[in-house]
Write a protein that binds this ligand. Structure first.
Ligand code: DC
Length: 223
């Protein structure tokens, strides 16, 4: 049977790095769906489009041709064959991704691609609507979260490591703004699915979190 693991959660819960580690331990691929919304946000900004302009964003999404490639160093995200992996992690692109992800037509197209990929191979998929919409029949469903202050602190340290000196208050402010937008949009807002297991990482280390998720997966697989 196909092994599909769904992980949802808010900004900065550590979904990407945790998902990478869990997928590696299980020997399966990790699909980062946020990167696909980021690719659309980036392309809109590059074309000088306003992410709030729903009609133009939907038209852009239809002709975007976003794809992913899994390589030794992880997922690469492509737009019409151009590798945009290194360009989609800026705060501007984060906010644009959150805005364009509000549109039903955009979500429909992204979900279609994600479901197709997950049907082809065993996969761990992380995002906001994976447990609820993309993989409603996933083997294991996890809602990964942590206190907003702790998520902001981790993001702040991550950025500092990369040489990006942004004040902590600003990181916290942007995180709360994006939470607010992702949790309150009309279409598929971020929420914990009733059948998803909550993993609160506020007081867990990286390894403890990975182990907790692996235990949940084992339990769901073998009972
Ligand atoms: O996970 P991330 O921060 O890379 O995601 C960027 C934005 O994309 C996020 O603010 C909301 C949106 N998103 C979504 O709506 N659904 C997903 N499955 C993944 C991301």
């Amino acid at each position: 049977m196909r092994l599909n693991i769904a992980i949802d959660g808010p900004v900065g819960a550590g979904k990407s790095t945790i998902s990478d580690a869990v997928a590696a331990r299980l020997g399966i691929l990790h699909l980062d769906t946020g990167a696909m919304y980021r690719a659309l946000g980036l392309t809109a900004l590059r074309k000088g489009m306003d992410p709030q302009d729903e009609e133009r964003i939907i038209a852009l999404c239809r002709e975007l041709d976003v794809s992913v490639r899994h390589e030794a160093d992880g997922q690469h995200t492509l737009v019409r064959g151009e590798d945009v992996t290194g360009l989609i992690r800026t705060p501007e692109v984060s906010m644009a991704a959150s805005t364009v992800s509000r549109y039903a037509e955009v979500r429909k197209e992204m979900v279609r691609i994600q479901q197709q990929l997950a049907a082809e191979t065993d996969m761990l998929v992380d995002g906001r609507d994976i447990c609820t919409t993309v993989l409603p029949n996933a083997t294991a469903k996890i809602y990964l979260t942590a206190d907003a202050e702790e998520r902001a602190r981790r993001r702040f340290l991550q950025m500092k490591e990369k040489g990006e000196e942004v004040p902590f208050e600003q990181v916290l402010e942007e995180l709360k703004k994006r939470d607010q937008q992702d949790m309150n949009r009309a279409v598929e807002p971020l929420r914990q699915a009733p059948d998803a297991v909550l993993v609160d990482t506020t007081h867990l280390s990286f390894e403890e979190t990975v182990d907790a998720i692996l235990r949940i997966v084992e339990e769901k697989r073998h009972g």
